[in-house]
Design a protein around this ligand. Sequence first.
Ligand code: ADP
Length: 305
Amino acid sequence: MTAVSASHLSKKYAKVQALKDVSLDVSEGDIFGIIGPDGAGKSTLFRILTTLLLADEGTATVNGLDVVHDYLKIRAQVGYMPGRFSLYQDLTVEENLTFFASVFNTTVQANYELIKDIYQQIEPFKTRRAGALSGGMKQKLALCCALIHKPSVLFLDEPTTGVDPVSRKEFWDMLKRLKKEGISILVSTPYMDEASLCDRIALIQEGLFLKTDTPQNIVKAFDRELWSVQSDHMSRLLTDLRMNTEVESCFAFGDAHHVTHKHTFLKEEALTSYLKNLGHSNIHIHQIQANIEDCFMRLSDTKSL
Ligand code: ADP
């Protein structure tokens, strides 16, 4: 069964084309990731699928229900954690949870089992105002609030943005547990390293899906040799590599530059001597496996050609 289905969705705000002909299918019980930078159109897509915004073109269903005609039914069946402002900052942890339960005509007790593991981590702070919680705790409370009416589909819009790495890992562990409960999850993130935690992903840029597949297949489909290049002058190295006529693309990735080249084989020695002649020292060049971010850069680069 398909939990969420979107077909050719487009949305424009004045002159900004926020979504362009986007289609997706989320299978029941899957974690589906929408991966892309700020402004890519993730929130717009989430707001359409959660019935809060009308698309200009295209159709979408959640649990087989149409987002336009059956919006009230959909709202009762989904949980939505928007990117910002989902909690009432002046209410305490406990009050926020009780409030969200009452909005859905239920009680915290009725569905406590589903949120127990997550809620127990913030329970010691239940009398603290939400506004005074740390990022990681806010995120856990927001997830509890989105789950309190036992939704079958969860929409999580950038739940880990601005959250520390430990809390981010804990959050993904929680999502895995919810998946085991049979909940389908659509989650967006700007962090490419979170892609591998999803069953399927769509890479989004400027409102367009660049690719939709499993993270493994996307990485497998990277159609070039990829090389890591380092030297003592990393910022100048970027410019010098891009000036090299053999180099096809070069992007800065943490402590190395990732390079693809125009020929079948990289002429490693030729590149080394080219860099030495330009005054680089401590040159390290080795072949590496592409990750999702490399794929994203390559796909967006190809798109702009
Ligand atoms: P993301 O969630 O990936 O950051 P958004 O869906 O929020 O992306 O935004 C997509 C594009 O649409 C951006 O260029 C953003 O500035 C623009 N946008 C979003 N909401 C509005 C709005 N209400 N009015 C005008 N432009 C908007």
